[in-house]
Design a protein around this ligand. Structure first.
Ligand code: UDP
Length: 161
């Protein structure tokens, strides 16, 4: 079919979404994936990982001077994480609003954090906060060959081509 860089069938924005160890422990992985699928985004990478401190120190490098940083590292390495790359129109911004405010007390009902969490230190899910951040994080968490380019049968329906 016809392709152009700005259309829904061409190059698309991507973001890193990760179900954190509390989300995996609480068996929320399926519900979180379902929200992104039903919204209309396309899954292009998925893996379960025991995250290393080295990866986390790069991922959360900007937070290393924060008082909560040691406990954040402990939390994020306490069990498996399910890391995903989702693709689609405006996926970075839209997924941030689907995930909700960092502090669950301020996260609206209907968001992942607003529906499933009560404390900032156990907020279930990560979502990249900018397009540049998403590119950096995807490269950090995934190898190129782990990301699949595929045509989703409804992408010309869910997005204007
Ligand atoms: N965090 C925490 N205590 C805080 C602020 C943040 O434990 O007071 C943790 C929390 O897991 C959060 C992560 O650090 O998701 C990264 O913080 P950031 O401000 O980047 O928020 P996010 O982008 O995850 O919403």
């Amino acid at each position: 079919g016809h392709r152009s860089a700005s259309s829904c069938s061409g190059v698309q924005e991507r973001t890193l979404i990760a179900v954190k160890p509390d989300g995996v422990q609480r068996r929320l992985v399926g519900q979180i994936i379902q929200r992104f699928e039903q919204r209309g985004f396309k899954l292009v990478g998925l893996k379960m990982v025991q995250v290393s401190e080295d990866l986390l120190s790069q991922h959360y490098g900007q937070l290393r001077t924060k008082p909560f940083y040691p406990s954040l590292l402990h939390y994020m390495t306490s069990g498996p994480v399910v890391a995903m790359v989702w693709e689609g129109h405006n996926v970075v911004q839209t997924s941030r609003s689907m995930v909700g405010h960092t502090n669950p007390a301020e996260a609206r009902a209907g968001t992942v954090r607003g529906d499933f969490s009560i404390h900032v230190s156990r907020n279930v899910v990560h979502a990249s906060d900018s397009q540049e951040g998403a590119q950096r994080e995807i490269q950090l968490w995934f190898q190129g060959k782990e990301l699949l380019n595929w045509d989703c049968c409804d992408q010309s329906i869910t997005c204007e081509v």
